[in-house]
Each structure stands twice: as C-alpha cells, then as structure tokens.
Ligand binder design. Structure first.
Ligand SMILES: [Zn+2]
Length: 156
C-alpha cells in the first residue's frame, strides 16, 4: 500500500527546483555522510549515467519525509558502500539551504579502522578512502566541491 512507501526510504525520490534556480534530487532535500578516518575521507566515484556522473562525492541521497538527515546519510552510506551505521560516530551536521531544497552534510568518524569497501548498489563505480590533502585533485561533484571549499570542510 502507498502508506508503506515511507518505510522504504523512497518517498523523497523526485526532482525539485530550488529558489536559486537549480534542479535537485530529493523532494524533502538530501543528505550525505562525510566520514573521515586516519586523515582520509570516504568518497564514491559516481557512475556516468547518474546526475553529475563521473565525479567524486560523498555517499548520500534523497531524504524520506519521515527521516532525519542523519538517518538518511547513514542509510544511503550503507546502501551504497556497505558501511555499517553501528561503526559510525556522528559528530556534526551542516546544512546548505538553497530555499525549497537543502543538503545536509552529516560529519562522522569511525570506531574501527577504515574498512575496505566495494560499491554495493550500482550508483558508484569505485569507493576510495582519499587522503584529505588529495581530495582537490579529483573531479568533484559540484555540490561536494562547494562544501569542500567552504567553511565546514575538515581541512583549511
Ligand atoms: Zn539549489
């Protein structure tokens, strides 16, 4: 039944236009997990057919209406990378509000050494623990690049 959509974490799927004139994925906004460990950050190389395909960014996706940003970030990271939410310690959240759409970056660390991860849902072609100083050398997703060059990045 339709009422069960909210249990699957999918009722936020859809495009919206924000007040800044962009088109974004996620009717209730989106969230991603910025997880760092041993001075590395977990990044995903997105498949070419996806939005901004071929670029690197953090795991994440559309928020469900019933989810907190933290829940979304941990769920999406689990779906895309297999990273278990139980080993993630959330330390902060920063919100980029465009008006009518927002992206929440959920910051976290790990209780274990960075595990070897392989893409698990077809949205990424490669996962990598990228040294913080080498992130800028990659072709970054424009949204993530904005975050990385902003005041909330874990470097600078
Ligand atoms: Zn926007």
């Amino acid at each position: 039944m339709a009422a069960r959509d909210e249990d699957r974490g999918t009722n936020g799927d859809g495009w919206v236009h924000c007040a800044q004139g962009h088109r974004h994925w996620g009717r209730f906004g989106a969230a991603g997990l910025l997880v760092t460990a041993d001075d590395r950050v977990l990044l995903a190389h997105r498949v070419f057919w996806s939005h901004h395909g071929g670029t690197w960014g953090i795991p994440g996706g559309a928020r469900d209406s019933a989810e907190t940003a933290r829940d979304t970030a941990l769920r999406e990271a689990g779906e895309e990378t297999g990273l278990e939410a139980a080993v993630v310690v959330v330390t902060d959240e920063t919100v980029d509000d465009h008006g009518g759409w927002s992206y929440t970056t959920v910051h976290g660390g790990l209780t274990v050494p960075p595990p070897d991860l392989e893409p698990t849902d077809g949205e990424a072609t490669e996962l990598r623990w990228v040294p913080l100083g080498e992130v800028d050398a990659l072709d970054l997703h424009p949204g993530f690049a904005g975050f990385w060059h902003g005041p909330h990045a874990p470097v600078h």
